[in-house]
Design a protein around this ligand. Sequence first.
Ligand SMILES: [Zn+2]
Length: 351
Amino acid sequence: MTVTAEEQFRAWKAKTMPPVEEVRPGVWSIPVPFVGNPMRYTLSYVLIGEDVGGRREVALVDPGWDSDEGWEVLTAGLATAGLTPSSITGIVVTHFHPDHLGMAARLRAASGAWVALGEHEPLPEHWRGDPTQFVVEDRSQFADWGVPDEFLDEVSFQEETWAQMTAVAAPQRRLADGELLPVAGLQVRVLATPGHTPGSICLVDEANGLILTGDHVLPRITPHVSLEAANHADPLRDYLESLGIMGVGADMEVLPAHEYRFRGLMTRVAELRAHTLERSREVVAVLEEGEAGSVWEVSKELTWSRGFDSLRGFMLRLALAETASHLVYLAGQGRDVGILVSRGTPTPATQ
Ligand SMILES: [Zn+2]
């Protein structure tokens, strides 16, 4: 892998904010603060299109975490690119996570732009309409996973989580695999890459030799692939398959949603695959010892960077959901895992 953004890389190492940059003519990178998170920023990308008739349309990819500070930084970044929020015609979000989608509602209010997500991304409207029922079902999944009673409150979603998640911008458009972004003057293609979320997408800008990878491929962090409540049959299988289709960007510069730009996508893909399969082997080793009878007990035996006992709250939730994703994957590969992971019948991947 080769870092292609020296200033971004220096800023990332120094734990400061990287600069706004024009990556190619009409392609801008704007780091938006991810408040309170060690990742520190989401890289928003602005894609300016102009058709033969001189009509200009502008897509903004991943407006980032919603905050007043983030809004100021985003609008200042747009100004650097000679734009204002009202220049934006389309807001494209690589996946339904608050550090990507969060500021879409504010940007849509200021611009009137449509918001688009991948066609397979589940939306709050597909969940149970009743927040109480949502909380009950979420909690019962963790109980099924063997989580002791005293941890159930901190790992489960509460009614306010439901309220936060349903308050975000609803998409007016859905983007299918292979489709061109509906933005005049752009030739940017959608690549469906389920795994991190069921509807995660990458964007391929062949003319500029760029691939926007969202959180699917990041230069340093391994994206979280976890079994979340009842919306994703086998996320790890999907993720590995989605790594397998990245050859399209083999020679392109990679524009990830965090950290920094680089080249050498296939090297990074190979690392991510190896890391994931290594983790699965660790889960198999725990199963073979025959002591662990629940998702909780398997998780306790796995290596975690600061130890299992240090994981609390949302981090503990993610850790358990990651373990569950490995168990579902292994079961799908024909292994008898002998542990209750999902009460629903697994459904085929939607891709
Ligand atoms: Zn992210």
